[in-house]
Design a protein around this ligand. Structure first.
Ligand code: KG4
Ligand code: ZN
Length: 338
């Protein structure tokens, strides 16, 4: 089954063609990052406008690259939640128009379910159940993936997402938006013990996480040094920040593995590209004899291939939409797709 998939939830317009949920014929991305960089973050109105400008050309480009015609498409999958509402609406309306014109099924896909499904592309033999650590710019959670369309959140951040904090601290250190990758790179060779950052203690669900205290501590430290005219050892601070985020994520992930008894851990989302997190997960999973699935960096960030992958399983589960499909800025993803 050949799915044309669309992703436009934030600042990347993406169109892919995916066969049977696993084989990516092409994955085209038009990134707006350079445009938003001058503002230090995503400007929603600009994002919507740029999606409109890009989406038609990108879809034509995708068909040409994959060497298929419109008649070969069996269904259209689209990210319908969560994200910037104006940005999502561009993809949803394009997908609705394409489904109507081609007279093909329309499949709504939750963005986080898509991130998780990036693992099906990177690991063709991977099947649920497994545990997934989702760490993106807007979400941080541990998900029990019981089946392709049956998932339960076991724990999540109570405040900021890990990616938000990376971006905020990166911005304070004058790193280009989004700061996560630059901060990761700057941390190489840094000494994390130079600037110890606090560990937030949480009561209640032991699998819940918190990052805002850590972010505030890092921001205050930078302000303080700047006010005193003291130089900041950027690699050391970045190493300390990466270490603190890793120490929030890894023990909880291991606890969730113990709790579920799963022997497979998948990671998803842009922050899963972080080298500290990847190294710590590799070490811990090796120790425990757990299979670790970490998609390549190209599949960790936003892309449309992951939407095509999840779209296939939503289709099999009968989770289809009609022309009344709407976009949602926020939406849980545990129950049915709509
Ligand atoms: O999943 P994603 O592409 O978009 C959302 O759905 O949010 O994640 C983007 C986030 C940004 O916050 C970005 O700074 C972060 O992923 N990121 C990283 C790294 N590469 C991207 N954070 C830490 N280390 C990295 N290497
Ligand atoms: Zn994302």
């Amino acid at each position: 089954m050949l799915i044309l998939s669309i992703e436009s939830s934030c600042d990347e317009t993406a169109v892919a063609l995916v066969r049977d949920g696993r084989q990516v014929l092409c994955d085209c991305i038009a990134s707006q990052v350079a445009l938003h960089r001058i503002y230090g973050g995503v400007v929603p109105e600009i994002a919507s406008r740029k999606h409109i400008e890009a989406i038609y050309g990108l879809a034509d480009q995708a068909l040409e690259k994959a060497g298929v015609s419109r008649r070969d498409i069996d269904a259209i999958a689209v990210t319908y939640a969560p994200g910037l509402i104006g940005a999502l609406l561009v993809g949803v309306n394009f997908a609705k128009a394409a489904a109507l014109a081609l007279d093909k099924p329309l499949i709504p896909v939750h963005h986080i379910r898509g991130h998780i499904a990036a693992n099906y592309i990177a690991y063709p033999d991977l099947k649920p159940p497994f545990l997934c650590l989702v760490v993106s710019g807007g979400h941080t959670m541990l998900v029990d993936v019981r089946d392709y369309t049956d998932m339960q959140v076991l724990g999540s951040t109570r405040d900021d997402a890990a990616g938000e904090c990376f971006d905020k601290v990166g911005r304070m250190l004058n790193m280009p938006y989004p700061g996560g990758a630059a901060l990761d790179k700057a941390a190489q060779g840094g000494d994390p013990s130079v600037y110890p950052l606090p560990h937030t203690k949480l009561s209640g669900n032991p699998l819940d996480m918190s990052f805002s205290g850590l972010k505030t501590a890092a921001v205050n430290l930078i302000h303080n040094k700047q006010q005193k005219g003291e130089e900041i050892q950027v690699p050391d601070l970045c190493a300390s920040f990466c270490t603190a985020v890793t120490e929030m994520l890894i023990p909880r992930t291991m606890m969730a593995l113990d709790q579920t008894g799963y022997k497979t851990l998948a990671v998803a989302g842009g922050v899963a590209a972080n080298s500290h997190i990847r190294a710590a997960l590799t070490e811990q999973c090796e120790k425990r004899g757990v299979r670790l699935c970490m998609p390549p960096l190209s599949l960790c960030g936003d892309n449309a291939a992951m939407i095509g992958a999840q779209g296939y399983y939503e289709y099999l589960a009968g989770n289809l939409a009609d022309q009344t499909l709407n976009a949602y800025a926020t939406k849980t993803f545990e129950g049915e797709a709509l």
